[in-house]
Design a protein around this ligand. Structure first.
Ligand SMILES: [Zn+2]
Length: 304
């Protein structure tokens, strides 16, 4: 009985994703003054991302890397290497400005610029987008149609509070949303209902906050219903030696909590569960990505 249950659970392929940005680019420490200093602050994204790729190679696991265009311009070899290793390269926008702080025109420029940089570097189409700090909300109803118009097939910027127009199926975290510009898949980050309160499930800071046993329990709950989980982390979350930034007590607590424990927890996670990139783990998206590639559109073709 127990082994039957384990083999049933082992068939669930979860999504593993990383948002590739510098430790000083996070929204919690954002200020216009700091933005002006980005090129003078200590860069640690390459060494941290390489450590992640080593962990993934050891676990024989591929992931989706949502990369900032700003980072890709400064570390082109890193992005090329990730793509060559078989990881999916997707977009985290260009400059890490919250979507809710941008105009429609600024958002379009941001997602277009990053997509083009990444496609030119890797020679492969970019299909996915994740907004800084999951900042696509009901205050930015124009964001998803713009992503469709710019050639994106899926978005992963919304905690599962958004009401989809159509569910693809109960066995997947992907939901198809019909926008004014056409359909797009939303890879929602799931929430868990605890006593009537919707709580984010472990990724990022929540993964660092909770003991690993709690994260494992969450994932096993997902597996009992055959539901795919969406895991996300940042390269700076496995870097306890990163320089400390000035900021509010809450921001510092959130950003620096348990950094020294994250790498080992990730190793446990890769040992205990099966993961893949979005474009492999989710069947409808895999089909659409393959169809787009077979259609022969060149990288950056959507904007000529
Ligand atoms: Zn980010």
């Amino acid at each position: 009985m127990a082994s039957d249950q384990q083999s049933q659970e082992a068939r669930v392929l979860h999504v593993l994703s990383f948002d590739v940005e510098e430790h000083f680019q996070v929204s919690a420490f954002w200020s216009d003054a700091r933005r002006q200093q980005w090129d003078r602050l200590e860069s640690r994204v390459e060494q941290n991302t390489l450590r992640l790729s080593d962990l993934l190679a050891y676990a024989e696991t591929k992931a989706t890397f949502f990369v900032l265009g700003w980072v890709a311009e400064r570390h082109p070899g890193l992005i090329k290497a990730l793509a060559k290793q078989g990881h999916e390269i997707a977009s985290h926008g260009y400059g890490h400005e919250l979507v809710s702080n941008q105009t429609e025109s600024e958002f379009r420029d941001d997602v277009r610029r990053s997509k083009c940089i990444l496609e030119e570097l890797t020679g492969k189409m970019v299909f996915g987008y994740r907004a800084p700090s999951f900042s696509i909300t009901d205050r930015t109803p124009w964001a998803l149609p713009i992503l469709v118009e710019e050639g994106y097939l899926y978005d992963s910027s919304i905690y599962a509070r958004f009401q989809p127009s159509k569910k693809v199926g109960m066995q997947t975290c992907a939901q198809e949303i019909m926008t004014t510009a056409g359909p797009i898949f939303e890879i929602a980050l799931p929430t868990a209902n605890l006593c009537g309160i919707q709580l984010p499930t472990p990724g990022g800071g929540y993964f660092r906050l909770l003991p690993y046993s709690a994260s494992r329990m969450f994932l096993r709950q997902f597996e009992k219903t055959g539901t795919q989980f969406v895991m996300y982390l940042h390269p700076w979350e496995i870097d306890p030696d990163q320089p400390r930034m000035e900021g509010s007590v809450i921001s510092k607590l959130r950003h620096y909590l348990n950094l020294e424990r994250t790498e080992q927890r990730l190793q446990y996670l890769l040992r205990d569960f099966a993961f893949a990139p979005v474009a492999d783990a989710i069947q409808p998206i895999r089909d659409m990505c393959q169809a787009r590639v077979q259609g022969g559109a060149a990288p950056c073709a959507v904007f000529g």
